[in-house]
Ligand binder design. Structure first.
Ligand SMILES: *[C@@H]1O[C@H](CO)[C@@H](O)[C@H](O)[C@H]1NC(C)=O
Ligand SMILES: *[C@@H]1O[C@H](CO)[C@@H](O)[C@H](O)[C@H]1NC(C)=O
Ligand SMILES: *[C@@H]1O[C@H](CO)[C@@H](O)[C@H](O)[C@H]1NC(C)=O
Ligand SMILES: *[C@@H]1O[C@H](CO)[C@@H](O)[C@H](O)[C@H]1NC(C)=O
Ligand SMILES: *[C@@H]1O[C@H](CO)[C@@H](O)[C@H](O)[C@H]1NC(C)=O
Ligand SMILES: *[C@@H]1O[C@H](CO)[C@@H](O)[C@H](O)[C@H]1NC(C)=O
Length: 342
């Protein structure tokens, strides 16, 4: 019994933590956690220079190799702007129309990727605004960003334009984007401009049937009273919601199915090891002994529903050694595959 109540308490405390995270969320020992995951050393943000080619190559491989049995894996779409008007003088207002229209694709995220020209005379820091053009005089501010450009080299910049791309695919008229720098005189005329989008083609946003076995909580895990026996439940984790700034730099995935174990452990049910079986027997022995004589001060606890098989998760991040490269990292034991009573 103790195990079940303990699990309930864990549930409530995690609810409180999630609830409080919208105010303040102090992570104890976060440095250790981040270094365990290998994301405590991150490249200098100002030096990140990931080309369109590098991004599409690495992300395509990454998405192709991902296991679809846990969470839906998006597809990559690239919309390149071919007819960029070459201006001879520095430009501070750039209008770009990408060939994106109504589709049934669900947009997970979309980024504008620009190869910005060298900034010969001007300061290299540009505070830019990106608007969605809504009409001849109407535009909506999507985001403001700081581009740290280079004096003598071109440099890749990335802007989140998910909102605009999603609105176009849902039927808003695509009048394009505008890149401006209101208070500066930088040359914003890009050498290459493209939008990359991660999308879920219609009907694909359903995961494949989970692996058979002790992995899922099907009806057969119900006990008589409707309480579930120990089994694996779904738990979708969104990295950006965990409150670590460093996790915002994970390129993919943005969320993943981690799962958790929960449920009752009746005698002899789904035991993890021979020891678990023994502990279960000892618990029953103690219980009957207690019922009979009421003089037992401690009872061996029931076995607990816990992960018995864990899986790895591959993460795509910017290389800490080379800010022009993306790399795949394997994080071990990041998701529950199977649960058992132990
Ligand atoms: C811009 O980049 C340069 C070179 O990488 C760096 O020294 C500088 O600190 C950066 N400035 C800002 C405001 O990030
Ligand atoms: C320009 O490039 C050269 C190398 O090609 C480098 O040594 C120099 O520091 C750069 N200047 C600036 C201002 O970035
Ligand atoms: C950024 O990368 C491009 C190649 O993708 C390269 O041509 C350019 O010189 C790089 N810029 C800087 C500032 O390193
Ligand atoms: C991009 O913008 C969308 C909509 O504004 C937002 O929901 C999403 O979290 C942003 N993505 C990143 C990686 O910042
Ligand atoms: C229990 O122990 C036996 C003998 O070592 C072993 O063959 C068996 O696989 C074990 N059972 C479990 C569930 O671990
Ligand atoms: C409890 O009572 C039983 C029967 O009277 C006795 O045999 C046993 O030693 C007692 N145990 C404890 C822990 O007092």
């Amino acid at each position: 019994m103790g195990c079940y109540f303990r699990a309930k308490k864990v549930f409530w405390s995690s609810f409180i933590v999630v609830f409080m995270s919208s105010f303040t969320f102090a992570h104890p020992d976060s440095g250790k956690f981040l270094s365990d995951l290998g994301i405590d050393v991150f490249p200098d943000r100002a030096k990140i220079n990931i080309s369109l080619q590098e991004y599409t190559r690495v992300i395509s491989d990454f998405l192709n190799s991902r296991d679809m049995s846990f969470e839906p894996v998006p597809s990559l779409r690239v919309y390149k702007l071919d007819n960029l008007i070459k201006h001879h003088r520095p430009q501070q207002h750039i209008k770009m129309i990408f060939p994106i229209g109504i589709t049934t694709d669900q947009i997970e995220s979309a980024s504008l990727r620009l190869l910005m020209p060298p900034q010969q005379e001007n300061p290299t820091i540009a505070n830019v605004q990106i608007y969605q053009i809504l009409g001849t005089r109407r535009k909506r501010l999507l985001t403001e960003d700081t581009f740290n450009l280079s004096r003598n080299l071109s440099k890749w910049c990335e802007v989140n334009v998910t909102e605009a791309v999603a609105s176009w695919t849902e039927g808003s008229k695509n009048l394009g984007l505008e890149l401006t720098c209101e208070s500066c005189s930088n040359n914003l005329n890009p050498e290459i401009a493209a939008i990359t989008a991660l999308v879920h083609p219609q009907g694909r946003r359903i995961k494949r049937s989970p692996k058979k076995g002790r992995t899922d909580c099907s009806a057969r895990h119900q006990t008589g009273k409707g309480k579930k026996k120990c089994c694996r439940h779904d738990m979708m984790v969104t990295f950006t919601k965990l409150g670590f700034n460093e996790m915002k730099d994970i390129v993919e995935p943005k969320n993943y199915e981690a799962g958790y174990c929960h449920g009752m452990c009746p005698p002899n049910y789904n035991f993890a090891t021979n020891h678990s079986r023994i502990q279960g027997l000892m618990h029953q022995l103690d219980k009957s002994y207690f019922k009979q004589f009421k003089n037992k001060t401690s009872i061996v606890p029931k076995t607990c529903c816990a992960p018995s098989k864990l899986g790895d998760l591959e993460i795509l991040i910017v290389s800490s050694h080379d800010p022009t490269k993306l790399k795949v990292e394997k994080w071990h034991n990041m998701r529950v595959l199977e649960c058992a009573c132990s």
